[in-house]
Design a protein around this ligand. Structure first.
Ligand code: FRU
Length: 546
């Protein structure tokens, strides 16, 4: 029994451990917190954010925390500090300016947090990786494009991006480098904006306010990004209206160049298609590649320290095709999102089913262990029963032998009495008694026998009842009892006692539904088998109970 309980205990311990193990295995997948510090909040960064979020679907266990500083250096510093305090495993940062965020970025590198510089650079040198397009090349490409559109001759105005930010500086350098190759090209106005459309408008207005005369020749405007180029165009259009005849070229025939070429609604490509921008350089977001790089770093896989992003120019010749392609990508994207939602719900169902299955297996195993235990218990019980039966049988045999020997002893004793009947003194006494009995009439004899029978009947169920006990009841010695009973019935008291027991048994067999054994005990046999033997000797057939 103890053994069975130990088996149960072990089974339950093993199964519970399995349950705990499976739960921990499920939850034990490495989770990473990736902090993203964005310098601004605009359509380009919204696209990047969406791509980053979407790409987490393809990497398990990524907790993405994105913060945008809205072109506020102090706020960006604070946000980087907060992200580090939150325990991020990696920092992606687009520093608003090259110098102003160095301390915050250093805080991360000093704390061992890998840093990916994205799109914009900082003067911190021990960053982990950089990913972004080559802004110098972009500026240069747009300079070359301006030269080709103007045939190498013309006046250009440049509205550069935010002062101190790396893309602004690099685009400016690249553009000017290209322009310097064409002596017929002149940059007649330069101002800086802050990447927003409004700042382009303001910068252009400022430049125009410094121009006087009636023959202002502006052939091309290069904006540090599309929004500022569009802002500058608005300012020029307003100026043209307020100063009729002042501009040599009408605003609609001026070349407007920008950077970004977002394919999203209202983005640069759409503006090129609408003719509001002449051309724009693609400044890719590639959020998914950025996420791949972050995960590679976190997982200790090999990665490139500097990842460039390809760029290209969008003009009215390819704007439509690019927009169509983008729409197609969006459709596919939405389809993927739907699929992802579906996969998510299937995974949830699977999770529930897996847990359910585990519990079913657990129950089945517990049932099996119980069954094995029960079978073992039954077997042990059966073995014990067999043993008990064997012991009972042995006991029964012993009882039978004892009872038989007791009867044999009684018979021996009766024979002894017979033998001693020749003893003189006894003989005299007996003769006297026999004389008395002879003298006694039939009625008295009958009374004696009835008394004897009653004494037997009253004590019938007592298997220890002896001739002495009956003698005690009848106030006679064993010898006297023997002699009188023998004289009156021709049988010894032992014989009569056994006969009465057997006859009563016969009646009980006929009238009751008691079993042979029960009847045997009722009529004073201690051993049912000895009873059966005596019964058979007396009646000539075996007792048949129910
Ligand atoms: C977006 C943006 C883009 C520009 C880039 C430069 O915040 O201003 O328009 O190309 O940042 O970092």
């Amino acid at each position: 029994m103890k053994h069975i309980f130990t088996t149960y205990r072990y089974a339950i311990i093993v199964l519970s451990s399995l349950l705990v193990l499976s739960c921990t295995l499920q939850t034990n997948k490495r989770h990473y917190i990736i902090g993203v510090s964005q310098c601004s909040e605009d359509s380009w960064r919204t696209k990047l954010k969406a791509e980053l979020e979407q790409s987490t679907y393809f990497h398990d266990g990524i907790d993405l925390r994105i913060m945008s500083a809205d072109d506020d250096v102090q706020m960006q510093k604070q946000q980087i500090h907060e992200l580090i305090a939150q325990g991020i495993d990696l920092l992606i940062v687009s520093p608003q300016q090259t110098h102003s965020l160095s301390d915050a970025i250093k805080e991360a590198t000093e704390k061992g947090v890998p840093v990916i510089m994205f799109d914009r650079k900082s003067d911190v040198k021990d960053y982990t990786a950089f990913m972004g397009a080559d802004n110098f090349a972009i500026g240069e490409m747009m300079g070359e494009y301006a030269a080709s559109q103007l045939g190498g001759i013309g006046n250009i105005i440049e509205i550069a991006g935010e002062h101190g930010s790396s893309p602004a500086m690099e685009r400016h350098r690249g553009f000017n480098e290209a322009i310097s190759r064409y002596p017929g090209l002149k940059i007649i106005g330069y101002a800086e904006g802050d990447w927003k459309q409004n700042s382009g408008d303001e910068a252009m207005s400022k430049i125009l306010s410094g121009m006087h005369g009636t023959d202002i020749a502006i052939d091309c405007i290069f904006g540090g990004n599309d929004r500022m180029a569009l802002g500058a165009r608005s300012a020029l259009e307003r100026y043209s209206q307020s100063h009729p005849g002042a501009l040599r070229r009408m605003p609609s025939s001026v070349i407007y160049l920008g950077v970004d070429a977002l394919p999203t609604p209202g983005g640069g490509i759409e503006k090129v298609q609408q003719g509001l921008l002449t051309a724009s350089a693609i400044y890719p977001t590639h959020g998914n590649e950025l996420m791949d790089l972050a995960v590679a770093i976190l997982q200790g896989e090999p990665f490139e320290k500097n990842t460039g992003m390809e760029t290209s120019i969008v003009t009215s010749a390819n704007a439509k095709v690019l927009l169509m392609q983008y729409k197609e990508i969006i459709t596919q994207d939405e389809y993927i999102k739907k699929m992802q939602t579906r996969v998510d719900s299937i995974m949830k169902e699977l999770d529930t089913e897996r847990t359910l299955l585990f519990f079913i297996v657990l129950v089945v195993v517990i049932v099996c262990v119980s069954l094995v235990g029960t079978v073992r218990t039954i077997k042990i019980k059966h073995r014990l029963n067999e043993h008990l039966k064997q012991k009972n049988h042995e006991l029964e045999l012993q009882k039978e032998t004892a009872e038989r020997q007791r009867d044999e002893l009684e018979e021996q004793r009766d024979k002894l009495i017979e033998a001693t009947m020749h003893n003189q003194q006894n003989k005299e006494q007996d003769d006297e008694m026999l004389y008395d009995d002879e003298k006694a009439d039939f009625r008295q004899q009958n009374e004696f026998i009835q008394k004897f029978n009653r004494a037997v009947d009253d004590n019938m169920s007592n298997s220890d009842l002896s001739v002495e006990d009956i003698g005690d009841i009848m106030l006679l010695s064993r010898v006297q009892l023997y002699r009188r009973v023998k004289a009156m019935t021709g049988k010894s008291p032992v014989e009569i006692i056994r006969e009465r027991r057997l006859k009563r048994a016969n009646l009980l067999l006929a009238d009751t539904s008691l079993s042979v054994s029960e009847i045997a005990y009722r009529v004073g046999f201690a051993s049912p088998s000895y009873f059966t033997k005596c019964y058979k000797d007396f009646f000539g057939h075996s007792p048949k109970g129910t």
